[in-house]
Ligand binder design. Structure first.
Ligand SMILES: [Zn+2]
Length: 284
């Protein structure tokens, strides 16, 4: 369960041209919860400087950490943004109990984002915020499975995707749509250049297009009105869509049984859970 490379992360590397500033070392920024530590390592590479500034300013790691910090963790969990010697990756490391997000991966997300809006209507903002949130919550899923000793049937990579999608859908409204639209865009974009070969079939992760449909299905299953467009516009086949309510309920049931008992706030119902998640993500 150490490093988890993913085909998400096998992105062609970047030609970002960003303002050059002198690299400046700063101390770690800590999140509010005692059990969550957040570290933004200042990048040496000038091209990553804007990502560093922007993610610190928006307190991205703190927000994800605040959601995960709703759980009573037996030990401290660290979120770290760092340079990874050119590798566009993210992983959870059980030995150090840390989630690492590489600048290279965030830069890859920036690189494939549309300048203003994709032909399907996904905005530049959503195409960046969505996948970054999904990636961080996916790795947080691995962390929760490990730290809370959550039993898993099926592939852990699929379970981490389901937990991430479920948690982010609880944010509701505009934020949930940002994650769904942005992550779906990212899966679809990476899926276009992904080889369908034995390596892909043998991989611990699903293909990007499978992850796209799984996300679309959970979103539609969570709220058929709010996410009705994923079926109406043909992104999710009707045959799959018919069972998405049940698929969503299956994940909700697993979450209730396996994660909710570990939460500091006992939600006791869907709306209270959503309020707790939204409050944590907004720093309240
Ligand atoms: Zn994973």
């Amino acid at each position: 369960m150490s490093r988890r490379p993913s085909r998400w992360f096998a992105l062609p590397l970047l030609g970002l041209v960003l303002p050059i500033e002198a690299a400046e070392a700063r101390g770690p920024v800590r999140a509010g919860s005692d059990c969550i530590r957040v570290v933004y390592e200042a990048p040496k590479k000038a091209a990553f400087r804007e990502i560093y500034e922007s993610m610190r300013r928006q307190r991205v790691l703190e927000r994800v950490g605040a959601i995960v910090g709703l759980a009573r963790l037996p030990t401290r969990l660290t979120y770290r943004l760092k340079e990874c010697a050119g590798e566009p990756n993210a992983w959870y490391a059980p030995e150090s109990r840390s989630v690492t997000l590489c600048y290279e991966l965030v830069a890859g997300v920036h690189k494939v984002a549309p300048k203003t809006r994709s032909p399907a209507g996904v905005s530049h903002h959503d195409a960046i915020v969505g996948p970054v949130a999904q990636i961080l919550m996916h790795e947080s899923g691995h962390a929760l499975f490990d730290l809370l000793r959550v039993p898993i049937f099926g592939r852990e990579e699929d379970a981490a995707d389901q937990l991430a999608s479920y948690a982010l859908l609880q944010l509701g409204g505009r934020e949930a749509r940002t994650v769904v639209n942005g992550s779906a865009y990212f899966f679809a974009t990476t899926g276009k250049s992904e080889p369908i070969d034995h390596g892909g079939f043998a991989d611990v992760h699903g293909f990007s297009w499978q992850r796209f449909y799984n996300l679309a299905c959970l979103a539609y299953g969570s709220d058929e009105k709010r996410f009705g467009y994923v079926v109406a516009k043909g992104y999710l086949p009707k045959e799959r869509a018919e069972g998405c309510g049940e698929e969503y309920d299956q994940v909700a049931f697993a979450f209730d049984r396996l994660i909710v008992p570990h939460l500091r706030v006992r939600p006791g119902g869907g709306e209270r859970l959503r309020r707790a998640f939204r409050g944590a993500a907004r720093g309240r």
